[in-house]
Design a protein around this ligand. Structure first.
Ligand code: T1G
Length: 700
């Protein structure tokens, strides 16, 4: 039974036991109602304690139920049984009380918690609003202004902050159950009132109205939440706590909840939530798979990437040795690290003391032998296969048995690197994204011979350094960059065919990406891609090639770093300004290529770029270079700024419909664009009326 009732003398203790996080499934809601009614009917019971078993109180409604029709009893029904109780109900919180969990707690008369507990209403992060009274009860406890901030951000509060805010009444030292029962007994002994939160008033700051508070908060979060309806709805619903009576506002809250739940943005965010957790499940790695202890790390190469990678380990207290070939390069690398930490301290996001603790984790060396006692070595040198092979061959001779040898390569063949060692089973790819100390995504490249415990250890250490690990297979560009090439290629062709950089970037920005491909290129440096294209040479003649990007670089326009790229820049200002010189170049190139330019609708621009991304993703999936379509979504939402409210490129494709995607890709291919040959998997799923989510369910 997920909910049980046990009397301890005159105190009835109702325990929710629904692992792993006591989510409020229908069975739990049923149990809450029946156990509360049983306790109320028992004259020997003078008070009720509600508590969670296992590691946490209730972490919210069961998100998995959201794709199903709402079932009785609703959470509001369960909560009102506590609130209407004639006997004091004390909620005892440990772990997290989130979403419906906190709403349940707010329906109790009092709340106690252990010091390490966290509370919050994170529904907005799922594209929802608190749908069981949170937008009505929280402002009645903490005031409208604070409730608006908490609900529109979804931030968690630690127990002491929740105590200060009035969300909890008491912090329990020692055993929570005993502490909560003692608190309840004291209420009975004191004849304390039944504090029904619904009967309180939602306080406003002097001279402010709920409407202008909502407007001010919306203005503050507009850029961060663009494209998402939930934050605005959260604020509206909290404002109703002032202007409407409780039951009417509760009803309105539920209506808004159902509207948002049915919308694409919430579907996307819920998909992203589960996708990130699914990515942690890897074929051949189970909870019984061994791990290797990582107590000391060495990073080869103290450049921007090496320094950033090293910071991740120092940040969690793992000693890290930065290894360079010369003292001046090492000094430069350590100086970058110091500069990064100093910048964080100056923004008030890190204390000076913490910075010193982290810097103390660093040591430096100018010979590879310093890696001899490292448990994990991450090579982060220049993207050159010969150089990497030379380093791995030396590391093979230097490093202790069992050390994990990882390469930060962004495209090269990890199996080829592993082959120069006598321990290919210990070799793996750890593709960090720049800036490595900031970006969450870590592509873990599983080599043919990578051992399961090496993979498992790398997944775990990735989580320890607060990364989102996704396992990918060996291929050119792995998953993220391979798809990005297809996307940026089509963006380039769009210029020749009739669009301008600012048109494409506007459409992609409005779609929800942090920036369009041309602004992104100017930021990353156009010379990077240019060098790769020069090394690779031209594709086969039947594959379209646009010379525009090469000409831009050959004009000395490398992007922001040279003050001009696709756009021109004013010194010290990153704002991209369209440049007539680039428009002239585009027109001339199109003429030289014999291309008749024409206008594009925003939708056509979006389809061209996004469908190229999706088509390549389908090829990657079919080749087994990603285990799931949802893994590809996790890569894009965590490594490329793809809007989570769309779930990721593959989820977006499911929302658009694979038949639509397939037909558009096929049309481009039939129109002569060899790059857009439809992925057979895309064609098959489209023909069968299936989705990538169906494919994931059938193949995992
Ligand atoms: N529903 C269903 N499953 C959930 C879940 C939930 N709310 N929360 C976690 N899980 C699963 C998760 O998928 C994973 O499963 C396992 O539990 C461990 O999670 C009406 C509408 C609580 C901070 O948004 O933030 O209430 O992979 O790996 O890192 O107004 O889970 O093991 O099979 O994340 O220790 C609001 C979401 C819901 C909280 C724990 N609540 N969860 O983190 O473990 S909407 C939330 C979390 C709502 C009401 C509204 C975290 C956590 P598996 P985990 P963790």
């Amino acid at each position: 039974m997920p909910v049980s009732l046990q009397n301890h003398g005159d105190i009835a203790v109702i325990t929710v036991d629904n692992p792993p996080v006591n989510a409020l499934s229908q069975a739990v809601r049923n149990g809450l109602v029946s156990c509360t009614q049983e306790a109320l009917a028992d004259d020997a019971v003078t008070a009720i304690v509600l508590i969670g078993a296992g590691r946490t109180f209730i972490a919210g409604a069961d998100i998995r139920e959201f794709n199903l029709p709402s079932a009785q009893p609703t959470l509001n029904d369960a909560i009102s049984t506590f609130e209407a109780s004639s006997k004091p109900v004390v909620c005892a919180i440990h772990g997290t009380a989130l979403g419906g969990g906190l709403e349940t707690a707010l329906g109790c008369h009092y709340r106690v918690a252990v010091a390490g507990a966290m509370v919050g209403l994170p529904e907005v992060k799922l594209g929802l609003l608190p749908g069981a009274g949170g937008t009505q009860r929280l402002p009645r406890l903490v005031g409208v202004e604070k409730a608006m901030k908490l609900i529109s951000s979804g931030d968690f509060l630690a127990a002491d902050k929740a105590l200060d805010a009035g969300i909890i009444d008491h912090i329990v030292d020692g055993d929570l159950t005993a502490g909560a029962m003692a608190f309840a007994r004291q209420l009975v002994a004191d004849g304390a009132p039944l504090k029904r939160v619904r009967d309180l008033q939602a306080a406003l700051p002097e001279g402010r109205s709920a409407a202008d508070l909502a407007a001010a908060e919306m203005k503050a979060i507009a850029r961060r939440t663009r494209g998402q309806p939930a934050p605005q709805k959260c604020l509206e619903s909290v404002a109703n706590a002032v202007t409407m009576d409780f039951d009417a506002a509760l009803q309105r809250e539920r209506e808004i909840f159902e509207e948002l739940k049915a919308g694409p943005e919430s579907q996307g965010l819920r998909h992203a939530f589960f996708a990130e957790r699914a990515a942690g499940k890897v074929p051949g790695v189970s909870k019984d798979t061994a791990t290797r202890e990582i107590k000391k790390v060495a990073i080869i190469g103290a450049g921007t990437m090496g320094g950033g990678i090293a910071m991740n380990f120092a940040n969690v207290g793992i000693p890290v040795t930065l290894i360079e070939t010369a003292q001046d390069a090492l000094d430069r690398g350590l100086a970058i690290v110091t500069k990064n930490y100093t910048a964080t301290v100056s923004k008030g996001r890190l204390s000076r003391e913490k910075m010193d603790q982290r810097m103390a984790m660093f040591s430096g060396a100018v010979e590879l032998s310093a890696a001899a006692d490292a448990d994990m070595v991450i090579e982060a040198v220049f993207e050159n296969m010969a150089l990497k092979k030379e380093i791995f061959s030396k590391l093979d001779a230097i490093c202790k048995p069992g050390a994990i040898l990882a390469s930060n390569t962004s495209t090269l063949d990890v199996d080829e690197i592993a082959a120069v060692t006598k321990r290919p089973q210990d070799v793996i790819g750890t593709h960090f994204f720049s800036p490595a100390n900031v970006m969450k995504l870590l592509e873990i490249v599983r080599g043919e011979k990578t051992a399961a415990d090496v993979l498992n250890t790398t997944m775990k250490i990735a989580k320890k350094i607060a990364k989102v690990p996704v396992v990918v297979g060996v291929c050119d560009g792995f998953v993220g960059n391979r798809m990005l090439h297809a996307y940026t290629r089509q963006a380039g062709f769009l210029l020749e065919d009739g669009a301008l950089p600012q048109d494409v970037d506007r459409v992609i920005y409005d779609f929800g990406m942090p920036m369009g491909p041309f602004t992104m290129g100017d930021m990353a440096g156009l010379d990077v891609g240019y060098r790769v294209r020069q090394e690779r040479g031209r594709p086969a003649a039947n594959y379209r090639y646009s010379e525009i990007a090469d000409k831009v670089v050959e004009m000395g326009r490398h992007g922001q770093k040279t003050g001009a790229g696709w756009y021109k820049y004013v010194a010290g200002d990153r704002t991209p300004h369209p440049d007539p010189e680039i428009e002239e170049l585009i027109l001339a190139s199109a003429a030289a290529a014999g291309v008749t330019r024409h206008d594009f609708s925003d939708d056509a621009i979006l389809q061209r770029c996004m469908f190229a991304l999706i088509n390549e993703g389908a090829k990657i999936l079919a080749e087994g270079k990603a285990y799931r379509a949802s893994d590809i979504d996790v890569i894009y939402t965590n490594g490329y700024g793809f809007p989570s409210f769309r779930g990721g490129p593959m989820n977006y494709a499911d929302q658009v419909g694979l038949e639509t995607v397939y037909q558009a890709v096929k049309e481009m291919f039939d129109g002569g664009d060899e790059w857009m040959d439809p992925a057979p998997l895309l064609a098959r799923l489209a023909t069968e009326g299936k989705t990538f989510a169906d494919w994931d369910a059938e193949n995992n």
